[in-house]
Design a protein. Structure first.
Length: 109
């Protein structure tokens, strides 16, 4: 899968391949809805844990990997909230343009 992302060295947008590990993480990311928007603001997303026996630190590690990838392309990434209640792991994070816009255009967010 590819998306138009900025090349910070040249200052233009290029069609770039999204790594498989990022695609795997993005399968479980959805925009925040309802009361979460009022609580956390716009441009926030929720990464939910799909495996109830996976420890909470696995979700946090996924958010950190995604954050490192997003920041490579000039966007801001901030982990806002992390719930580590057993069998209810999820995290809320903020991701800004241009990466969020590029991923939304190809239907990943």
């Amino acid at each position: 899968m590819t998306a138009y992302l900025p090349n910070l060295k040249k200052g233009h947008f290029y069609k770039m391949r999204i790594p498989q590990y990022v695609l795997d993480i993005l399968e479980n990311v959805k925009p925040t809805q309802g009361h979460d928007i009022g609580r956390f603001g716009l441009d926030t997303y929720r990464l939910r844990g799909v495996n109830p026996v996976r420890p909470g630190y696995g979700i946090k590690a996924d958010m950190e990997k995604l954050g490192a990838w997003v920041e490579r392309y000039g966007a801001d990434f901030e982990i806002i909230y992390f719930c580590d209640t057993p069998k209810n792991y999820y995290g809320i994070f903020k991701m800004t343009d241009p990466v969020a816009h590029g991923l939304e255009k190809v239907g990943l967010l």
